[in-house]
Design a binder for this molecule. Structure first.
Ligand code: AMP
Ligand code: MG
Length: 422
């Protein structure tokens, strides 16, 4: 069924709002609007975990730098391996990693060699010590080893002048190690981006203040802080802003003057005091504000001067879902990273999931291995957008596509593990 057919089919149902954007289209529109930062800085390699590489890394050396032994054993010339039966070789020395053997090894001779030691001149094969018999200062070998075995060639991991890493990758411990293996101490990465955020709502109190009737603690700023901290951006926490046009306008302008990105939560629904969309239209440009998804339908995206603006919904679960589905890919793209697409896979769902066609749903799931060994997913329980504990119990999103209705136990569903996105 095409997406326009789906829209026709479900247009009479409550949940479908024809003015809402498809979530994938929304993500695409956001990513199209982003120009990665141009600024870079050069840093010691150790300080770059989580940063995005700005310039390609070309190897100045071979890794390993010399041909060396992959085993503890005996370095020999492969032509000494007998075609049948055994051969006797004279032991003329020992070599350790970091202590090369300086002499020449002639036919009929061998050198005791440790893993990582450079192959002595005249040798090209290592016989494992377990395959050797000793007889005074000679060893006896059989024909069980082939010439060239148990040797690591110079440059077999990385060859000199190879392009090892390309710009746009987010650096992990493995890349840090690879770069160190090349002897490179400093690298060029994109500058950190600055993200300012604030919560909106007259009912919000900050942690530490007493609560009066009808008030709640502001959890969204903590969620946003945690999610942004993980991304390694520079964080500007601007506190809580009242549901007041002037206060919002002032906060938006001030945030945009200090940051590359402004994120707000709350005030984007259609309630009486939801002014975020209106104020964004007055101080910047709005691109869209409704997405056919649950949770998180009201979502404003736009610009205030040079800053990107994301107006997230107020409910804490919606904040997390919209952050991970839209804001995080956008921030990664702005940070210079190449977008890899959603990382999802299909597993059997053991729970019944309530769902009506007309919007994508991001339910919270627990991926676990059954005693049979099969990996399956369960739902976390109540899926209301105010139930933040469901995010804490979950280890994945169960992504139910727009056209899907209720899911019965045993059906296959698409999951997006938190590992890697959270
Ligand atoms: P709103 O979009 O402003 O109408 O908010 C939707 C719901 O989310 C309301 O129940 C708000 O009280 C709640 N909410 C808004 N902001 C926050 C916040 N910072 N922390 C916790 N809950 C919030
Ligand atoms: Mg509000």
């Amino acid at each position: 069924m095409s997406s326009s057919d789906i829209k026709k089919e479900i247009s009479c149902k409550d949940d479908f709002d024809p003015s809402s954007l498809d979530a994938d289209v929304a993500r695409q529109k956001i990513l199209e609007n982003i120009t990665p930062v141009a600024g870079t800085e050069t840093l010691p390699v150790r300080e770059t975990v989580g940063r995005v590489l700005a310039r390609e890394i070309v190897s100045p050396i071979n890794v390993p730098s010399g041909t060396n032994s992959a085993m503890d054993g005996y370095a020999i010339n492969g032509s000494d391996i007998p075609a049948t039966g055994v051969a006797e070789l004279k032991l003329i020395g020992t070599t350790f990693a970091g202590q090369p053997f300086s002499g020449q090894v002639n036919p009929g001779e061998c050198v005791r060699i440790m893993t990582g030691a450079i192959m002595p001149p005249g040798t090209d094969t290592v016989i494992m010590q377990e395959h050797v018999e000793y007889k005074g200062d000679t060893i006896i070998i059989d024909n069980g080893t082939r010439a060239g075995d148990n040797v690591r060639a110079a440059g077999e991991d990385i060859a000199i002048n190879d392009v090892v890493l390309t710009p746009g990758i987010s650096l992990t411990p493995a890349e840090i190690g690879v770069i160190a293996s090349l002897g490179i101490g400093e690298i060029e990465v994109y500058r950190r981006i600055k993200v300012a955020f604030f919560s909106t709502g007259d009912e919000l109190r900050s942690v530490g203040e007493p609560l009066e009737a009808g008030q709640i603690y502001d959890s969204n700023r903590y969620l946003l802080y945690g999610m942004l901290e993980r991304l390694g951006v520079e964080i500007i926490d601007m506190g809580v802003v009242r549901d007041d046009r002037e206060a919002l306008q002032y906060a938006m302008k001030s945030a945009a003057s200090q940051a590359d990105v402004v994120i707000t939560s709350g005030g984007v629904s259609v309630g009486e005091a939801d002014y975020v969309k209106e104020m964004l239209e007055s101080v910047g440009q709005i691109n869209f504000w409704k997405v056919a998804m649950k949770p998180g339908r009201p979502l404003a995206f736009g610009h205030i001067k040079n800053a990107l603006f994301f107006g997230l919904p107020g409910n804490p679960v919606s904040v997390m879902v919209t952050f991970y589905q839209f804001v995080q890919p956008a921030l990664r793209c702005l940070m210079g990273e190449k977008y890899k697409g959603l990382q999802t896979f299909r597993v059997k769902c053991q729970s019944r999931l309530k769902k009506r066609p007309g919007r994508v749903e991001y339910q919270r799931g627990i991926l676990q291995r059954e005693s049979s060994g099969e990996l399956v997913v369960y739902k976390t329980g109540a899926q209301g957008s105010g139930i933040l504990s469901s995010m804490s119990q979950a280890n994945c999103f169960i992504i139910l596509p727009m056209e899907s209705g209720q899911v019965d136990p045993g059906a296959l569903v698409e999951v997006q593990p938190f590992f890697g996105i959270v």
